[in-house]
Design a protein around this ligand. Structure first.
Ligand code: NAD
Length: 331
């Protein structure tokens, strides 16, 4: 099957090529993102393979369908970048990788929490500069602190389990009660109660119309003063301007982000020699109590290997007319 693979990085090629060995799939790699403008690159392809910041909106899907594409294979769990209704109207099948390594994301979340709380990036830079002073590096014990987990699916449940291991009390907000969480004593509460009681709030819900800007001026005002907010889910779950105001007023004590509302313009690219024109992102980067990683929570060898093999299996199943267990059904 001929496949146009958009937004590819060297590690995507390495792992996809390895997974495709022994198959007849013809993978054509493009560094560019999928948009309506770049969609013609898929001319003559049966499928496209896309990532989190590609834009499979109605315009792009229309071009893909006209070029003969039949399958959109997301090499990620979330599929908010695809207009699912439009895809189905155009007769395009959409598949995703529902679980490649929830451990990768849960572990990165805890990494962010520890790095921010214990000022590890600051300490690293200080020591590299020969400065061994400790002023400004004081953190807090995680033991006996309350952590609020919003969304206790695969990733949220693992984050809860790891933090439970630190001796934290875990509160959760999700309409689906995960028995793996209740088994370790996680208490499900309403969102307001979770925000009011948690020293750390970590977001693991998908981006949907209900979760869009779930963290906003009103919900930030309900958080415990000085609490930490961590977002490794999707950038739009947070209203970033409201978060900046909460940081400036000291209401929010710490912020860790792996995702950002406007990340498609910056993340996965090298801007070290260029001007960042996004004033919101630039402002965020100035706070000493903000830690940002560029959507790397998924980036482990295990996760990338699982993503590649799941995508290749979906291509093969589609080509051979077999059932597609990872198909995204109509919304
Ligand atoms: P999942 O589907 O297993 O779990 C999501 C959970 O969120 C479900 O239990 C669902 O009931 C809950 N939920 C839905 N709407 C909610 C709401 N309004 N309030 C509270 N909970 C709600 O998904 P997952 O595999 O755990 O992934 C979670 C999210 O993490 C993905 O949707 C994706 O956006 C993000 N993610 C990020 C990275 C990264 O690299 N940063 C990698 C993978 C996934």
């Amino acid at each position: 099957m001929r496949v146009a693979v958009f937004s590819t990085k060297p590690y995507d090629r390495e792992f996809l090529d390895a997974a495709a060995r022994g198959t007849k799939h013809d993978l054509r790699y493009y560094e560019t993102r999928l948009t309506a403008d770049t969609a013609p690159l898929a001319k003559g392809c049966d499928a496209v393979c896309i990532f989190v910041n590609d834009e499979a909106d109605a315009a792009a899907l229309g071009v893909l369908a006209a070029e003969g594409v039949k399958l959109v294979a997301c090499r990620c769990a979330g599929f908010n970048q695809v207009d699912i209704d439009e895809a189905h109207k155009l007769g395009l099948t959409v598949v995703r990788v529902p679980a490649y390594s929830p451990h990768a994301v849960a572990e990165h979340t805890v990494g962010l929490l520890l790095a921010l709380n214990r000022h590890i990036p600051r300490a690293y830079n200080r020591v590299r500069d020969g400065n061994f002073q400790l002023d400004g590096l004081m953190g807090f014990d995680l033991f006996n602190k309350t952590v609020g987990v919003v969304g206790t699916g695969k990733i949220g449940a693992l984050a809860a389990k790891i933090l439970h291991g630190f001796g934290c009390r875990i509160l959760a907000f999700d309409s689906y009660i995960n028995p793996d969480c209740t088994a370790i004593g996680v208490d499900y509460v309403g969102l307001d109660e979770l925000l009011a009681q948690s020293d750390v709030v970590t977001l693991h819900c998908p981006l949907t119309p209900e979760t869009n800007k779930l963290i906003n001026e009103k919900t930030l005002a309900k958080m415990k003063p000085g609490a930490m907010l961590i977002n490794t889910s999707r950038g739009d779950v947070i209203d970033t301007r409201a978060v900046i105001d909460a940081l400036k007023s000291r209401r929010l004590g710490y912020l860790a982000l792996d995702v950002y509302e406007e990340e498609e313009h910056y993340f996965f690219e090298d801007f070290s020699g260029r001007v960042i024109e996004d004033d919101v992102l630039a402002r965020l980067m100035t706070f000493p109590n903000v830690l940002i990683t560029g959507h790397q929570a998924f980036l482990t060898r295990e996760a990338i290997g699982n993503i590649a093999s799941t995508v290749i299996d979906s291509l093969t199943n589609f080509e051979e007319g077999r059932p597609l267990p990872n198909k995204v059904e109509k919304s």
